[in-house]
Design a protein. Structure first.
Length: 82
């Protein structure tokens, strides 16, 4: 705790660690590389149907929001050009 959060040094009363591996999605090696390649391909995607969601970027709310913004920008650009 004190190594990761140095500002807590000297203030930690106790540490209780729970490992919950079964509850966390474990991707095989290479998964993030595949998702990066898919997102690169999507940059050239020109359809009204699009993809977004946390699975495209590391399983976080921020990833879900960012990929949603990217999909919305692609669809908007596509509609503007039509
Ligand atoms: C316990 C827990 C804690 C988390 N804590 C954090 C955190 O601290 N910070 C963080 O950044 N992220 C956290 N996350 C991850 C974060 O919640 C997700 O990454 C994010 O919500 C994914 O958003 P999404 O829109 O891609 O998918 P989702 O939020 O899963 O949305 C998918 C939607 O599609 C709907 N749906 C599914 N199938 C169908 C269907 N067939 N037809 C119609 N609708 C359908 C679902 O009902 C759902 O509303 C946590 C997740 C969990 C489970």
């Amino acid at each position: 705790m004190e190594r990761t959060f140095p500002e807590c040094r000297g203030k930690v009363l106790f540490v209780h660690l729970v490992r919950w591996n079964i509850g966390i999605a474990q991707f095989p090696p290479g998964r993030l590389r595949e998702m990066t390649a898919l997102r690169k391909q999507l940059e050239g995607w020109r359809e009204l149907f699009d993809l977004c969601g946390d699975y495209l970027d590391g399983l976080s709310s921020e990833g879900a929001l960012r990929t949603g913004e990217e999909a919305a920008e692609r669809v908007t650009n596509h509609l503007v050009r039509r």
